[in-house]
Design a protein around this ligand. Structure first.
Ligand code: ADP
Ligand code: MG
Length: 262
């Protein structure tokens, strides 16, 4: 089955306002794509729509992954197919520890994988895996026992998101502003985790407002979203051009008014 994520002419409304106005983007296995764009251009809307958030109404288009239009599937089915989203604003789940949450997530994936790994992960095996990944990501072991994201700092939430990704080993990962609010050490740790997961069998969409993240994680393709449409696509040089000229340059080039904001 093809493990390419193919977004075709995707149109999405939020509260009856058209936000995505026909987005087409193909991410193959082994490719890292960066999606950049000013605030409010619709980047998070794309991420939420891909993972099936109920507040985002799909008005048209399709998203093909592993031979099916995943827009017809509930969010948990999409995740079981190997799709992963790290949220810009991770939610907290008081009463559920990080370890419990991760074990439940791994077992849900295993159950549906049907590859001989369908039995739940044993506790010792889980602990070993968790310890290994926490070490790799520089996450303090005490986090395992804390309630998910409850009172976590911005940087801690992002690390735990990447920890979740490292544990689940998705085949298609969408990271929404994983760099926002991180100091340089957290950014390094998070990027290292992402880079270790990347490889020939994994596709990635890195959503970011800033070029900074791309110093640590190197995409082969860069796209710019403006007002719900991808208006530019290119290689890493496009991100550098944006860094230098700013988003107003793109706005003016595509017939919009400069805002002086970013
Ligand atoms: P970005 O991630 O590029 O900053 P978003 O996708 O978050 O952009 O937002 C795109 C537009 O959709 C904005 O105008 C924003 O106000 C609107 N929007 C997004 N999510 C919601 C929501 N849950 N409720 C109301 N408006 C929303
Ligand atoms: Mg956003």
């Amino acid at each position: 089955m093809a493990e390419t994520l193919e977004i075709r002419d995707l149109r999405v409304n939020v509260q009856d306002t058209e936000i995505l106005k026909g987005v087409t983007l193909t991410i193959n296995q082994g490719e890292i794509h960066a999606l950049m764009g000013p605030n409010g251009s619709g980047k998070s809307t794309l991420a939420y729509a891909l993972t099936g958030h109920p507040g985002y109404q799909v008005m048209g288009g399709e998203v093909i992954y592993r031979g099916q239009n995943i827009l017809a599937l509930p969010a948990d089915e999409r995740s079981k197919l190997g799709l992963f989203l790290a949220f810009q604003y991770p939610v907290s789940v008081p009463g559920v520890s990080v370890a419990n949450f991760l074990r439940t997530a791994i077992n849900a994936r295993r159950k549906s994988a049907g590859n001989g790994q369908s039995k739940p992960i044993s506790i010792p095996e889980f602990r070993k895996l968790l310890r290994e990944k926490m070490k790799m990501l520089n996450v303090d072991e005490a986090f395992a026992g804390r309630y998910l994201n409850d009172g976590f700092s911005g940087g801690e939430k992002k690390r735990v998101e990447i920890l979740q990704m490292a544990m689940l080993e998705p085949q298609m990962a969408i990271l929404d502003e994983t760099d926002s609010g991180l100091d340089i050490d957290a950014l390094r740790a998070v990027s290292e985790g992402v880079n270790r997961l990347a490889g020939p069998h994994v596709g990635m969409l890195l959503i970011t407002h800033y070029q900074r993240l791309l110093n640590y994680i190197k995409p082969q393709f860069v796209h710019v979203l403006l007002n719900g449409r991808i208006v530019e696509s290119g290689g890493p040089e496009l991100a550098l051009e944006l860094e230098e000229k700013g988003y107003d340059f793109i706005r003016v080039k595509h017939g919009e008014v400069a805002t002086g904001k970013d």
